[in-house]
Design a protein around this ligand. Structure first.
Ligand code: P6P
Length: 338
């Protein structure tokens, strides 16, 4: 790495001095960077370390677990439990809140240790997603009340993407910055300062195999996009579907676009597919900090009052002007049918 490139540590110290911080946020994010380096190693070595394939176990949602799902969760638990920089944590892989004994921290960590793990065995990009909340005053960190805060309360959020390179992309509420891991020296260097999402886009991401389940506003938007330059949108669109939310969001941060995993007639009984607290909320915070927008279709994601720790939610996020079209289509549909 060129010696002049700003490292993650230097960046966090500069942020700390800029906002007169106490250094706590720096220690919180240092834990995350160590965790992501360790997971990056395990993902990148894959079969060499016997990390591919499934465990015999199932997670709390009844889904069969990949070996790397379980290992990534163990790495998060080990680092956070040892550092005591957090009061408690919540993981997609754990049914309940886990309190960190002897911690005096006022911060909570929520995470999906390895998202998109169906891509592991085919060597596609996967990632870790994290969200940091402040423990509310006079609230016990072992209670759901402490965790079930709206996304707008997040102190910081981010993801690591284990792709052709390993990157850590994060926000502390002052824009979005991307850091690339130099695997040789184990240091994250600032490579994508102040990431911004263009307001317009011509690329959408949705699992088109579910089109027969889509609600009318989604179908209207996709049909218009597929009509291309001769259609009502007067432009051609491209489509992507990686089945890894981290990879989709990273692509949108890099070249604009829109990602949709909406509530549909098949998943409506679960409230959607993706998890609000440790997948959608952190990604919504990042997207909005980069000038984009994140909605359920009818509401802004970051305003939602969570109902449960593993709550699922429909999500539409990305380039602001495209998301606003979908918001309008949902409102028009709502008025016609209520
Ligand atoms: P489908 C990965 O399992 C995930 O949670 C997201 O990362 C991804 O966007 C979505 O589910 C993929 O879902 O139904 O296409 O497999």
């Amino acid at each position: 790495m060129p010696y002049r490139r700003v490292t993650l540590s230097q960046f966090m110290m500069e942020e700390q001095h800029r906002c007169g911080g106490s250094g706590v946020l720096t220690s919180l994010l240092t834990d995350i960077s160590v965790i992501c380096k360790m997971i990056s190693h395990e993902v990148n070595c894959g079969a060499l370390l016997g990390n591919l394939g499934m465990e015999e176990t199932k997670n709390i949602h009844g889904e069969k677990q990949k070996k790397l799902d379980v290992l990534s969760n163990k790495i998060f638990m080990h680092i956070v439990t040892k550092s005591k920089n957090y009061a408690a944590l919540a993981s997609e892989e754990l049914e309940n809140i886990h309190v960190i004994n002897d911690s005096v921290s006022q911060y909570l960590l929520l995470f999906d240790p390895l998202d998109g793990s169906s891509n592991i065995d085919i060597n596609n990009a996967v990632g870790s997603i994290f969200s940091i909340l402040r423990l509310p005053n006079d609230t016990n960190c072992s209670t759901l009340v402490a965790f079930l805060q709206p996304g707008i309360n997040q102190v910081a959020a981010g993801y690591a993407i284990y792709g052709s390179s390993t990157m850590l992309v994060l926000t502390t509420g002052n824009g979005v910055n991307g850091f690339t891991l130099d695997q040789n020296i184990g240091i994250f260097g600032l490579t994508h300062p102040n990431m911004q999402i263009s307001k317009d886009a011509n690329e959408f991401a949705i699992n088109a195999s579910r089109s027969r389940f889509w609600e009318p506003p989604i179908k209207r938007y996709i049909d218009e996009a597929l009509s291309g330059i001769d259609g009502p949108r007067s432009k051609d669109f491209n489509m992507r579907w990686v089945a890894s939310m981290v990879a989709e969001v990273h692509r949108i941060l890099c070249r604009s676009g829109i990602f949709m995993y909406p509530v549909d007639t098949k998943n409506i009984y679960h409230g959607g597919k993706l998890r609000l607290m440790y997948e959608v909320n952190p990604m919504a915070f990042i997207v909005e900090q980069a000038g984009g927008l994140a909605i359920t279709g009818y509401e802004r994601i970051l305003d939602l009052k969570p109902k449960s720790l593993h709550q699922r939610i429909g999500v539409i996020l990305g380039s602001k002007n495209e998301v606003e079209i979908l918001y309008r289509y949902h409102k028009e549909y709502d008025r016609m049918h209520n």
